[in-house]
Design a protein around this ligand. Structure first.
Ligand code: TYD
Length: 221
C-alpha cells in the first residue's frame, strides 16, 4: 500500500495527545495528505465500543480478559476496514493514537497470552505493521500524577476511566511491556523519553517522522 502508517503509544499521562496534536499540525501545515485517528473510537462503532470499554461498569461486574480483548479487536477490525486501509490505499499518511502495541501492553499486563494476541493479529491485521511507532516512555508514578492534575483541572471524558484507576503496579507492567516491544523491534519503534521538555520531545519525534516521510517520497522540507 502506498500510504504510511505511524502510531503513537505510551502510558497514560505521557503527553501522547499533546505531541500528536503538534505533529499533526506540522504535517497539515506542510500539506501532507493526513488522517489522524485513534483507538479505541476511530469509527462510529468504535465510539460506542470506547464508551463500553472505558466507562466504569455500573453493574460492578468485572469483565474477563478475553471479552475485553475481543472488544478492542472489534474496534480495530472496523477501524482498519473503514478508515486505516482505505487511507493507506489512497496514499495518505495515517497517524493513530494507540494501536496493536497498546493491546500487547495493556491486555498482556492483564494476563492475555502472546499466542492469543498473535492469532488475533493474523485474523485482523493480516501482517499490517506500522512503518513507525513513536513510544513516549515515562515512569507511571509521574505520568499518573499528571493524569490526576489534568482531570482535576479540565474534567475527564468519563469522570474516571477504568484504566486510569488501575493500580500503579499494573501501569508499571504496561510500561515494561512497551519497553520490551521497543527492544524487540528497534527499527520500527522510536523510544523517546517523555519527561524531557515538550519542545525537545516534539523535535525528536519530528526528526524520526520527517526522515520516514522523506524516504517515502513526501515533501516535508
Ligand atoms: P485514552 O483515553 O485514549 O487514553 P490515553 O489518553 O491515555 O491515550 O484511553 C484508552 C485506554 O484504553 C487506555 O487506558 C489504554 C487502553 N487500551 C487498551 O487497554 N488496549 C488497547 O488495545 C487500546 C487501543 C487501548
Amino acid at each position: 500500500m502506498p500510504g504510511v502508517l505511524i502510531t503513537i503509544e505510551g502510558v497514560e499521562g505521557s503527553g501522547k495527545s499533546t505531541q500528536l496534536l503538534r505533529l499533526s499540525e506540522r504535517l497539515r501545515h506542510l500539506d501532507v495528505p493526513l488522517v489522524v485517528t485513534k483507538e479505541p473510537g476511530g469509527t462510529s462503532l468504535g465510539r460506542e465500543l470506547r464508551r463500553l470499554l472505558l466507562e466504569p461498569h455500573s453493574s460492578g461486574e468485572t469483565w474477563c480478559a478475553d471479552a475485553e480483548l475481543l472488544l478492542f479487536y472489534a474496534d480495530r477490525a472496523q477501524h482498519l476496514q473503514r478508515v486505516i486501509r482505505p487511507a493507506l490505499e489512497a496514499g495518505q499518511v495515517v497517524l493513530v493514537d494507540r494501536f496493536e502495541d497498546s493491546t500487547r501492553a495493556y491486555q498482556g499486563a492483564s494476563g492475555v497470552s502472546e499466542a492469543a494476541l498473535d492469532r488475533l493479529n493474523e485474523l485482523v491485521l493480516r501482517r499490517l505493521k506500522p512503518h513507525l511507532t513513536v513510544l513516549l516512555d515515562m515512569d507511571p508514578e509521574v505520568s499518573l500524577q499528571r493524569v490526576e492534575v489534568r482531570n482535576l483541572a479540565y474534567g475527564a471524558e468519563f469522570a474516571e476511566t477504568r484504566f486510569d484507576q488501575a493500580a500503579l503496579d499494573f501501569h508499571r507492567r504496561v510500561r515494561n511491556r512497551f519497553l520490551a516491544i521497543a527492544q524487540a523491534e528497534p527499527n520500527r519503534v522510536a523510544l523517546i523519553p517523555a519527561r524531557d521538555p515538550m519542545d525537545q520531545v516534539a523535535s525528536v519525534i519530528w526528526s524520526r517522522v520527517s526522515a520516514l516521510l522523506r524516504s517515502a517520497g513526501f515533501g516535508v522540507d
